[in-house]
Design a protein around this ligand. Structure first.
Ligand code: C5P
Length: 223
């Protein structure tokens, strides 16, 4: 079974407030996106990585990932789902059996995650790593609590998310550009998506303090 990976880097990272999108910021001497690409390759199961980048960033990203087994980067779209669809269409010329979709802003993939996803894909068309919610959840509006949301059975979805290639491409061709992850498109199509264990070390760099958290995980080898 061949497995390729899409590395999603077409976002502008506006929440972070840094001059560079978060996926290009330095982390222990290497850009965040290079950590993410090396993490995808570490378990030896991914054949090639296709980076999906903002239009005009193709050459810069190819240089940042120099020496790794990458396909030529392709430009993404206005939303994450549109970017993933662009990547899947590019892979469709030589389709893999399985595809991982990973956020370039997630530099840590804990050991065993990709193997667990691959194993789960033997019995489901999709599988994602997810962490049970630990905090008490509130719905709020205008600075006040509206209600407490029961956290039982709630998970935080992480990446890489794994899929059989055909069902994911079909779901994206039929799907909704507002989806913030890929599992949501399979769910909407009525297809089962398995949960495998996620990890706190699998941080999506979103806020400035996230870089320090990830540095601590990497330095302590808690990955
Ligand atoms: O915005 P968010 O944090 O959910 O983005 C998750 C990942 O999706 C990031 O790595 C970002 O670069 C990517 N993305 C994309 N195309 C977009 C928006 C986000 O590839 N239009």
């Amino acid at each position: 079974m061949t497995m390729d990976a899409l590395l999603m880097a077409a976002g502008s990272g506006t929440r972070f407030g840094a001059p560079l999108p978060k996926q290009y910021l330095p982390l222990l001497g290497r850009p965040v996106i290079r950590h993410a690409a090396e993490a995808l390759l570490r378990e030896g199961m991914v054949r090639r990585i296709l980076p999906v980048v903002a239009a005009g960033e193709e050459a810069r990203v190819a240089a940042l990932l120099d020496g790794l087994p990458i396909a030529p980067p392709v430009p993404g779209g206005a939303t994450r789902a549109a970017s993933v669809r662009a990547g899947l269409e590019a892979l469709a010329a030589d389709p893999p059996d399985l595809v991982l979709v990973h956020d370039a802003a997630r530099p840590v993939i804990p050991a065993g995650t990709i193997a667990a996803l691959r194993a789960a894909l033997a019995s489901a068309p999709g599988a994602i790593p997810a962490q049970p919610v630990a905090d008490t959840l509130k719905r709020g509006a205008h600075g006040r609590i509206v209600e407490t949301v029961p956290r039982e059975g709630l998970y935080r979805a992480q990446t890489p998310q794994g899929f059989r290639f055909g069902p994911l491409l079909a779901a994206h061709r039929a799907g909704d550009d507002a989806a913030t992850d890929d599992a949501a498109l399979l769910e909407a199509a009525g297809l089962p998506v398995a949960l495998v264990p996620g990890a706190e070390s699998n941080v999506k760099i979103t806020w400035p303090e996230d870089l320090a958290r990830v540095e601590a995980h990497l330095a302590a080898r808690l990955v």
